[in-house]
Design a protein around this ligand. Structure first.
Ligand SMILES: Cc1ncc(COP(=O)(O)O)c(C=O)c1O
Length: 391
């Protein structure tokens, strides 16, 4: 039996009815959204509209037209970063970000810098992955227009202090963009209460939709500062090749993946009625199992609460340079305990220097989600014990 502990990559299994919703859409309707006046096309449109409304409610947005549906977190982040760069009309600006970011933030920033479109500073984190807001404030320059913050680290699970970061943004008159890839669906997020200007997230992780879903929220007032990266069919004003198309329609140019969107809708409806999971006992079980061996060590803080961390634990061998790479540990976890977990650098190109996990090939990461079961956690604890015995 598979014990899947890689929810930080994508959630699995999907909640009941989620896959079926996509299949049902494809077989019973299957039309393109916003492309026709006939009944099934309108039905596809309704699926898309109601998914956007669910997303709007989930993140506390004022309007559903502030949300563009994307194909994953990477697509959404690229649309925001390059969209801002293109929208700045050749006037380079400065971005303050953090060492905890995913490569889907760091690589677009690096490429945009090479092209002369912007400059950026990545503020270091400490050995738990925490970013000190005071350091962020110090990195702001007169040219800074954006703080771009990874809400929850996909390596240590730590949640950053968004209210303090918002205060800094307010003090300097700059905008706040949040990558909520690991937090949305795990911790409540209210974009208006926090003051988030742009929020990016996949639909296939904490929201439990299928792969191929994501969202980009952009507050109405700043939508005009983002240029679309792709433009073409929008299903409206088709006789015009230039004009004032709505932000949402150009950001979603081309046919949408409505079967996947139908699945995302079903997942969010399911999540509304599903009991909230308290991951704390499982986290404690894993920490106890790791600490009980003399071979492994938790990366980052052991003091965890639902307010401080999402359910992600990274582990390394105590010696850190035991000669064993995290990839080999993951292979052992699967072969000895049927535990599927991810190893390596987790597409986070900068954080490992601060965590001192670069030389051991990154970390072994265990991550849980809404459909995890108690026996997955038990299997992971046994796996850790068995691997430790042969090290
Ligand atoms: C923090 C963070 N940002 C962005 C992404 C990219 O999301 P996606 O895998 O949907 O492209 C990930 C993926 O793991 C992530 O952990």
């Amino acid at each position: 039996m598979r014990h899947y502990l890689d929810h930080a990559s994508t959630s699995w299994p999907k909640p009941p009815g989620v896959i079926e919703a996509g299949v049902f859409f494809q077989t019973s309707c299957g039309a393109a959204a916003g492309r026709g006046g006939y009944r099934s096309s309108q039905e596809a449109d309704r699926v898309v509209q109601s998914t956007r409304r669910l997303l709007q409610e989930t993140i506390g947005a004022a309007h559903s037209d502030e949300i563009a549906l994307c194909t994953n977190g990477t697509h959404s982040l690229n649309a925001a970063i390059f969209g801002l760069a293109l929208g700045s009309m050749g006037k380079p600006f400065h971005v303050v970000t953090t060492a905890t970011e995913h490569n889907s933030v760091l690589r677009p920033l690096a490429l945009a810098t090479k092209r002369g479109w912007l400059t950026w500073t990545a503020v270091d984190c400490d050995s738990t992955g925490r970013v000190d807001p005071a350091k962020v404030a110090n990195a702001v320059t007169p040219e800074t227009r954006w703080l771009l913050i990874n809400h929850a680290s996909n390596v240590t699970g730590i949640i950053q202090d968004l209210p303090s970061l918002r205060e800094i943004a307010d003090r300097h008159g700059i905008h706040l963009m949040v990558d909520a890839a690991q937090s949305l669906g795990y911790v409540p997020i209210d974009v208006r209460a926090i003051g988030i200007d742009i929020l990016s997230a996949p639909g296939h992780k904490g929201l439990c939709g299928t792969l191929g879903t994501g969202l980009l929220y952009v507050r109405r007032e700043i939508q005009s500062s983002i240029s679309p990266l792709a433009i073409g069919g929008t299903g409206e004003s088709s006789d015009k090749i230039d004009g004032d198309f709505t932000w949402q329609s150009v950001m979603e140019s081309g046919n949408l993946n409505v079967p996947a969107i139908a699945s995302l809708k079903s997942a969010m409806e399911w999540k509304r009625s599903a009991p909230a999971i308290d991951y704390s006992p499982w986290i404690q079980q894993l920490l106890d199992a790791i600490n009980a061996t003399s071979k492994f060590e938790v990366v980052g803080s052991q003091h965890r609460s639902p307010h401080s961390h999402v359910p992600i634990i990274s582990v390394v061998t105590r010696s850190r340079n035991s000669g064993l790479l995290s990839q080999e540990l993951a292979m052992m976890m699967e072969s000895m305990a049927n535990v599927e977990c991810r190893a390596g650098f987790h597409c986070a190109g900068l954080i490992h220097q601060s965590l001192n996990t670069a030389d051991c090939g990154g970390t072994l990461r265990l991550s849980m989600g809404q459909t995890s079961q108690a026996d997955d956690v038990v299997a992971a604890c046994e796996g850790i014990q068995r691997v430790a015995e042969i090290l």
